[in-house]
Design a protein around this ligand. Structure first.
Ligand code: NAI
Length: 456
């Protein structure tokens, strides 16, 4: 009898497995593929590897701006693909080694909840039950599509396929301008593909601050992306020469369509039917303090959890919360109010806490402060001044949320993570001095302005 059996070896599942070591718990991890999950194998890591290649290409292409003469660069797609894979393999190998070192038993197969534990179905069809006192469901998510756009891996693809394209597509339509759609639009346009980006709602990265969306929209357009917001698409028309994507009275003809309209929880066939686990459209409801489902001893973490962001780092924190409760009976809830979200486009967008709209909807009287990067020395040096900082605070009260769009926003947002998480007053955060010259100074300036004492 194990202490814990975990179904799924992505960030939620493997974090739970690794963390259990702190309490000397005996853990088995069931995985039908390779450990690493969406993040390492088909998400964050390979996507960021491609985005970094695009960034290097863009930097070299614009070297002349900085007085550096470089031959016009070319993309060696095969070499970039190989490098992406070597980064993935290195991290997957490291993770497998760490799990082994922590004495986590990895069982290759498909897991399904049964009384007393989890039944594993192996590749040859045989089954066996792993008995355990506690179960953690961490089965993750899969790309979903829309009617008229069934994935065929060739003309209609998901991000899973796009990360492994063997050659650069000339013309791409991307449906959905969330994190995945915008990241692919940014990297493909930077590397010279023709990109059409379609978003049903009225801005790119819906849900994020409109000021940040405008920065990103402008940057994407400058790269040559045809951004169409507030536009729905008709069913794809596939021919020998490509795909026609109709919208309104118009249409575009492309080589491939990347559908990025969200991810569905992967909870089918894992034995939830007839159990007290509460499931809604495939997502699992949990007690957010413990990650416990409605079934005693059964927890859920990661992309399967209802009502929380589908982010690798949220999964890590949820794995820790679940194991803490299993091992100690006490709670270590995930601080969802201060989980940073980063979109790794060029430029990046980072956000934490509430947007202005969310704060107003929650009933706060808010004070908003914005500061552009046009006068920030380091941004001018980097020739990247289109960014902005936006702070949302309760009137005469603490910071509730923050958004940064611009160079390095994905790193900079973490200082605001602490400020929002610790409910700092703008004046308390403004008392700290930022190094000069840095892009982060834009945050210092915004905090000073939010305290009623702007400097520049
Ligand atoms: P998403 O939910 O972030 O965005 C999907 C977008 O598609 C939305 O803007 C939606 O309005 C739009 N859409 C839906 N149906 C449409 C239609 N028929 N026509 C046009 N637009 C349509 O989902 P996405 O980008 O696929 O990402 C999936 C999950 O993975 C998200 O939770 C996301 O936050 C996460 N993720 C996070 C990343 C990051 O933190 N950097 C990177 C990639 C994914």
């Amino acid at each position: 009898m194990r202490d814990i059996v975990i179904i799924g070896g992505g960030p939620g599942g493997y974090a739970a497995a690794l963390y259990a070591h702190n309490f000397g718990l005996d853990v088995a991890l069931i995985e039908k593929d390779t450990v690493g999950g969406t993040c390492l194998l088909r998400g964050c890591i390979p996507a960021k590897a491609w985005l970094h290649t695009a960034e290097v290409f863009h930097t070299v292409s614009h070297a002349g701006t900085f007085g550096v003469i470089a031959e016009p660069p070319r993309v060696d797609w095969g070499a970039a693909l190989a490098r992406k894979q070597s980064v993935v393999d290195r991290l997957v190998g490291g993770l497998a080694g760490l799990l082994k070192q922590r004495n986590v038993e990895i069982i290759d197969g498909f897991g399904r909840l049964v009384d007393g534990g989890v039944e594993v179905t192996f590749d040859d069809g045989s089954t066996s039950v792993v008995e355990a006192r506690h179960t953690v469901i961490a089965t993750g998510s899969v790309p979903r599509s829309i009617p008229g756009y069934d994935f065929d891996g060739h003309r209609i693809v998901s991000s899973d396929h796009a990360l492994d394209w063997e050659s650069q597509p000339d013309r791409v339509a991307i449906i959905g301008a969330g994190a995945i759609g915008c990241e692919f639009a940014s990297l493909l346009a930077d590397m010279g593909s023709e990109v059409h980006l379609f978003e049903m709602l009225d801005q790119v990265v819906p849900g994020m601050e409109p000021e940040a969306a405008r920065v990103l929209n402008r940057a994407l357009k400058k790269k040559g992306v045809a951004v169409r917001t507030g536009v729905g698409v008709g069913p794809a028309e596939i021919s020998d020469s490509g795909v026609r994507v109709p919208f309104g009275d118009d249409a575009v003809e492309v080589d491939v369509v990347l559908v990025a309209v969200g991810r569905a929880p992967a909870t089918e066939g894992i034995g939830l039917e007839g159990t007290p686990v509460e499931v809604e459209r495939g997502f699992i409801h949990v007690d957010p303090a413990t990650m416990l489902t409605g079934r005693p001893g059964t927890y859920a973490v990661g992309d399967v959890v209802a009502g929380v962001p589908q982010l690798a780092h949220a999964g890590f924190a949820e794995g820790i919360a679940a194991v803490t409760h299993i091992a100690t009976g006490t709670t270590r809830p995930v601080m969802y109010s201060a989980i940073p979200l980063v979109v790794y486009t060029s430029p990046e967008v980072g956000a934490v806490g509430l947007t202005e709209q969310q704060a107003r909807d929650a009933g706060y009287e808010v004070e908003v402060t914005k500061h552009g990067m046009g006068g920030v020395g380091r941004a001018i040096i980097q020739d990247d001044t289109g960014g902005t900082v936006k702070l949302v605070a309760e009137k005469d009260g603490p910071l509730l949320g923050a958004t940064v769009a611009g160079p390095g926003a994905g790193e900079m947002i973490h200082e605001l993570m602490y400020a929002v998480g610790w409910e700092a007053l703008p004046s308390e955060a403004a008392a700290f001095v930022h190094a000069h010259p840095t892009v982060s100074e834009a945050i210092g300036e915004t905090l000073l302005a939010a305290s009623g004492t702007p400097l520049h």
